[in-house]
Design a protein around this ligand. Structure first.
Ligand SMILES: Cc1cc2nc3c(=O)[nH]c(=O)nc-3n(C[C@H](O)[C@H](O)[C@H](O)COP(=O)(O)OP(=O)(O)OC[C@H]3O[C@@H](n4cnc5c(N)ncnc54)[C@H](O)[C@@H]3O)c2cc1C
Length: 492
């Protein structure tokens, strides 16, 4: 039986491990932390469950496929609950916009803000459907190993005006500035600036409209737990608290892994789900290939980081939906501050996560769980001392949530903590503390991202946000499909 190792138990690593194990490859996952999930880590504090990362689950079919490979049913391990509205968008003047996939309700919402924009929205939806077919269905799980694959994909992408930004495309169809923000902010969920991210990413709109937005009962951690249960049921091995220190090579092949504890183990193939710079600079830093590739990747544009305040409060809040975006007074200029100038602005836009409105099991009875997230520049652009700044920023974020939604928030808090760019570096080996790896620019997509198989080391593979198609659960699960295809072909 052939043996494979996967370094890292993020969504991408686990999806790849399930695919390999399902195909009869004895697969071991080495995870550095004490729990699986990566960005989808979880904390339990004083009866509250705090999911660390992804909260908006889209395209559940890409996850179901992982069970269907062996004739299993995901529903036996994970209970997915629909979330509606998908998001409530809220502007400082009190305007709100509820966004979901009930067409009549969505039209009513658009009409409330700008009746003349309904035909334009319909045209935008057609555009989103076309880029979804091209960018997600056709190319979403294709490994771009050589430039010719890129050349083949180029005409389709150019037909969809992929060189334009999502915001520019939305603005082509929609006049109202608030609606432009409502239909372009989604790229932020995968680390992209709506002003510069390729219009191909408008596909997220179609992905949500068709597949819905979901929540795993018990939290995203329960989706991860279900993936682990399924992987182990198939005979796979997950080794927690076992960080890999080195990938050993001989000639053009990987031979064995060395863990930080000093254990050596041989594998026929190795895939890294860890950060791509960490993989090359640290795990392969003793090789010429590692040093050269790390240097190349470090010179690219990296996605911003995030500052997340987790808090549990007394009381329940049926009026606050599961997902709320509290826009600040600025949109374009705020994005410039985060993506280009690398400053910490006075104002911010907040994504507020309120899981207990869907699933009260995440808090003690009569209590609620929240997180408030703001994008911040990565550590390369904004080298702050986060241990000092963190508590101050936490207060400002909570004050703003208090001002807009929960007036006596400070009196209600039972427990709270925050997660900074520094934590992304320490916990996840994330280069510059980036929350989403490489920025999803056209010039950093597909072949221009890190390849699913290394160009020189024949049995070394990559999976996860740094590879094609990029960050987000559907993205990294798609990358696992592309990487698994290559590995199974090579191991046959
Ligand atoms: C706060 C936040 C909110 C988000 N919200 C959403 C959302 O709502 N919807 C959505 O679709 N996406 C969302 N995303 C994006 C999504 O979570 C990520 O793109 C995705 O989870 C990344 O998965 P990955 O496979 O790249 O692995 P990661 O999650 O990056 O995991 C990599 C794993 O590798 C391990 N590792 C690294 N180095 C080593 C080593 N040397 N040895 C052993 N293990 C190692 C790490 O510990 C980690 O567990 C969010 C991200 C964040 C941070």
């Amino acid at each position: 039986m052939k043996r494979a190792a996967v370094i890292g138990a993020g969504f991408g690593g686990l999806a790849l491990a399930i695919r390999l194990q399902s195909a009869g490859i004895a697969t071991t996952v080495f995870e550095g932390r004490d729990k699986p999930g990566g960005r989808a880590y979880v904390w339990e504090r004083e009866g509250f469950t705090f999911d660390g990362g992804p909260t908006v689950i889209t395209d559940p079919d890409c996850l179901r496929e992982l069970w269907q490979l062996t004739g299993h049913d995901m529903a036996a391990d994970v209970d997915l609950m629909p979330v509606n509205p998908f998001y409530r968008l809220n502007w400082p003047d009190g305007t709100t916009f509820d966004y979901g996939n009930d067409t009549a309700a969505l039209h009513r919402e658009i009409a409330r803000l700008s009746p003349g924009d309904i035909p334009g929205y319909e045209s935008f939806l057609e555009y989103a459907a076309a880029v979804y077919r091209e960018g997600y269905v056709r190319l979403g799980a294709v490994p771009f190993l050589d430039f010719s694959a890129m050349v083949k994909a180029a005409p389709g992408l150019m037909r969809q005006q992929a060189w334009r930004s999502v915001y520019s495309m939305v603005s082509h169809y929609i006049e109202d500035e608030r609606l432009r923000e409502a239909f372009s902010f989604h790229t932020l969920l995968v680390g992209g600036n709506p002003m510069t991210t390729s219009a191909i990413y408008a596909l997220i709109h179609k992905l949500e409209q068709d597949g819905g937005v979901w929540w795993a009962r018990g939290g995203t951690n329960q989706l991860i737990a279900g993936m682990v249960r399924h992987f182990e049921r198939l005979g796979g091995t997950l080794r927690l608290s076992e960080p890999v220190a080195k990938i050993h090579i001989l000639g053009d092949r990987v031979t064995e892994l060395e863990t930080e504890a000093g254990a050596h183990e041989r594998f026929d193939a190795v895939a890294s789900n860890g950060d791509i710079v960490h993989t090359y600079r640290t795990l392969l830093g003793h090789t010429h290939r590692g040093r050269r590739e790390a240097k190349r990747l470090m010179s690219k544009r990296w996605s911003p980081s995030l500052f997340v305040v987790h808090f549990g409060v007394t009381g329940t809040w049926p009026g606050i939906p599961h997902h709320t975006i509290l826009f600040g007074p600025r949109y374009k200029d705020l994005l410039k501050d985060i993506f280009d100038y690398g400053v910490l602005p006075q104002d911010f836009s907040i994504y507020l996560h309120h899981p207990t409105v869907t699933d009260p099991s995440l808090a003690p009875p009569g209590h609620s769980t929240f997180y408030a997230l703001i994008p911040v520049a990565h550590r390369g652009k904004l080298p702050l001392d986060w241990e000092q700044v963190g508590p101050l920023l936490e207060k400002r974020v909570l004050d703003e949530v208090g001002r807009r939604l929960i007036p006596d928030i400070h009196d209600r808090i039972v427990t709270k903590f925050h997660y900074t760019p520094r934590d992304f570096t320490i916990d996840l080996n994330a280069y510059q503390g980036s929350a989403f790896s490489l920025e999803p620019l056209l010039t950093q997509s597909a072949w221009f991202r890190a390849h699913n198989r290394d160009d020189s080391l024949k049995n070394l593979y990559l999976v996860g946000a740094g590879t094609h198609p990029g960050a987000g659960i559907p993205g990294v699960v798609g990358s696992a499909k592309a990487t698994a295809g290559l590995m199974l072909e090579d191991l046959a």
